[in-house]
Write a protein that binds this ligand. Sequence first.
Ligand code: GLU
Length: 304
Amino acid sequence: MDIRKVIEKIYNEVKPMFGRGKVADYIPALAEVNPRQYGIAVASIDGESFGLGDCRTKFSIQSISKVFTLAMVMRHLGEELWESVGREPSGTPFNSLVQLEYEHGIPRNPFINAGALVVTDRLMNLYERPKDSILQFIRENADCDDIYFDRNIARSELETSSRNMALGYFMKSFGNIDHDMDKLIDVYCNQCSVAMTCEELAKSFLFLANHGENPFTGERILSVSKAKRLNSLMLTCGFYDESGDFAFRVGLPGKSGVGGGVVAIIPGKLSIAVWSPELDSHGNSCMGIETLERFTTDIGTSIF
Ligand code: GLU
């Protein structure tokens, strides 16, 4: 099957669908992004890659960064990590506070904001210069040095971070956050602001499509077992309270961000990144999910 042809067909079918969602506006700098942008990039573990549309435009990866920080922490920590963050779908919005109280400050999973804050807090214990290390990790996996924090987005998110602060302080009251909240939120907002293209993003996820090993350098990023776990978490929790629907429609492990990016992998084969900033009511890219659903349907391949 010629995957490039399939992607071209899907791109042409989905492109007229602008207008179904709206850009995230709770972070003011994200509200300024032109909604009518759409890019797709595919990278395979044997080194082929191609892209279409706005696949070379940088955008803010937002919650997709939670996959990188989790991988960085999982490299160092074993079972003890799962004492402070769960691995069940939350069924609640990404920034929800409700479960935290009756679950004693232990977030449901590492991909809702509360869970990601715990992961970043642990990362700050493990890496002396956490922000530099996050960039370095992403750059190495994307094989690209031109990946940076978007200062404008980071500042805008920092200025409007009351909800994330509340999540952090609440967990701190249960003893589940070690660091000073200002420092933690600074690292978290910067990791969310990372600017990447679809091409870079597709490449940077290949270690997860390749059972934990970077296919280009041969470096083992995660053990086979840890890569399995991270992919399982993406399948069950990668799309907030739309995770079940994403699994139903697409059948792949993946992760989205409110910047409009979506990445998914087919284990042993490839990684695909789609970006289009118009979001549905759950905070996931409308055209991103539509593209991936058509992709697994048309190529007749998913993880099932
Ligand atoms: N920076 C965003 C926040 O914390 C990330 C949310 C997302 O992409 O889902 O609100």
